[in-house]
Design a protein around this ligand. Sequence first.
Ligand SMILES: Nc1ncnc2c1ncn2[C@@H]1O[C@H](COP(=O)(O)OP(=O)(O)OP(=O)(O)O)[C@@H](O)[C@H]1O
Length: 265
Amino acid sequence: MNTAAQTRFDNLHIDNNIILYMEDVSVSFDGFKAINKLNLYIDRGELRCIIGPNGAGKSTMMDIITGKTRPDEGTVFLGRDHNLLQMSEAEIARAGIGRKFQKPTVFESLSVYDNLSLAIAGSKSVFGAYFGKWRKLTGEQDDFLDSVLDTIGLTHTRARMAGFLSHGQKQWLEIGMLLMQKPQLLLVDEPVAGMTHGEIERTAELLTGLAGQQAVVVVEHDMEFVRKIARQVTVLHQGSVLAEGTLAQVQADRQVIEVYLGGGH
Ligand SMILES: Nc1ncnc2c1ncn2[C@@H]1O[C@H](COP(=O)(O)OP(=O)(O)OP(=O)(O)O)[C@@H](O)[C@H]1O
């Protein structure tokens, strides 16, 4: 870090309880401000739902947190120590941010167990996996893998090829793969799209159960699902926070009703 940047960040007061700190973050694409002076603070272990109409900037915000998109200005920290704007995508993932995209991306021709064991930091070589040469897990890692299997409810599918899992089970497996890396912050994009009613219920239990151990940020359009899991809700609109609070509070907010909930979404 250069001296000027150091001086600037020395003045930052990030509460020890905050795991994600975003302040005055803006990014433009061809002159269009997709994110506009965004402030977002996520506490350690909290579950936060992010809602907002199409084009509000939700995906762009996730892209900034994970280092895929660099903002034009602003400050983004993981805890007090990791200045995410100075880190690569890989460094950010290693520092403890896991991102689950909408579509599951598990290795279909590998077993559930192998998918999880590959996800342990350092053993991630698909080539090695296909040729049976990946590093054997230690007893401790194996125990941890079993606890993750239990958390995601897939213990009974341990030896099954991932390609034979249901859509919901693949989504849970991918969440399990992120958990293997012991993240501090999990970003989850539209987790229940395409799920059955039963899978949606199970996903609600899974995500609410995960919060506490790590912070979980869920971007979701499905308001029924948000209602099931919501504690704190942030409404994004035109790249900024429009409202924040419990679901009841944001739903009663006049501006939210005008721009979002009243707009047929
Ligand atoms: N790489 C890019 N180049 C140009 N414009 C972009 C780019 N990425 C996003 N945008 C624009 O920025 C705005 C915010 O997009 P973003 O995808 O973040 O919204 P969103 O809230 O995730 O929407 P949705 O709910 O539809 O996924 C949109 O107007 C989008 O067209």
